[in-house]
Write a protein that binds this ligand. Sequence first.
Ligand code: CA
Ligand code: CA
Length: 302
Amino acid sequence: MRVWIFFVLCLAGRALAAPQQDALPEEEEAIEDVATEEAVVGSNPVQVEVGEFDEAIAEEEEEETTTENPCLNHHCKHGKVCEVDESSKPVCVCQDPSTCPESVGEFEKVCGNDNKTYDSSCHFFATKCTLEGTKKGRKLHLDYIGPCKYIPACMDSELTEFPLSMRDWLKNVLVSLYERDENNNLLNEKQKLRVKKIHENEKRLEAGDHPVELLARDFEKNYNMYIFPVHWQFGQLDQRPIDGYLSRAELSPLRAPLIPMEHCTTRFFEECDLDSDKYIALDEWAKCFGIKDDDVDQDMIV
Ligand SMILES: [Ca+2]
Ligand SMILES: [Ca+2]
């Protein structure tokens, strides 16, 4: 349970602006080949926290004209660097992993789904780029943040506990954002009104290290307080593109830092995808968190 609190403290402490994210060029890429601009400034604390590691967006390579260095404003997706070709045009080529900055600590390491530890996300994406076009390259994705480690199997009983702490955490993140949101506009007006109600509800369970029984009881008693936080997180993740579905890449900012701390993360999100189409739709997401069908409301995501 403590890890959730730790997570709240880490994440809720970020001051953020609205995200500007490009649409994915194609869905295939959304699933298999993803990268992102460095630390996208987003309204989602989770996204910003993990921006560097996010396997999310294959960024459009922008055309930019400049009389100086053609690469100056030419952005390449993660794993690529800009070079000037013979006709003085900027082109994105795979970065040589050995040119990545040396990692300064364990926290920079990432674990790929090939169960290999990479020194940093730079090393990971550069390596992935060199495998572009191959089956191996398509299958390779960043699994979680931190060195690869043994992650115990998630038991059924543990899986049922997972959404209890996650829901509570989401609610606490929102309340923290609200409390800190004097001028920062971390939440829009509509969101503020919704969170205000939660914040002012005296029945609200304060953030803390609660036993699962208490969390379960609270969810039953104060169910309404949890509806918006669950919708809110979905909206924060559903950005690339905003289509009512979460791709694995969109889920990555939440999933990747959580896996090493909560061993049920992978199984939980896998099982959220009820129709196994590799996307989590809003109704699947809501169901995962125990929100009733009648309370799923697309309009709540704004
Ligand atoms: Ca989406
Ligand atoms: Ca699905």
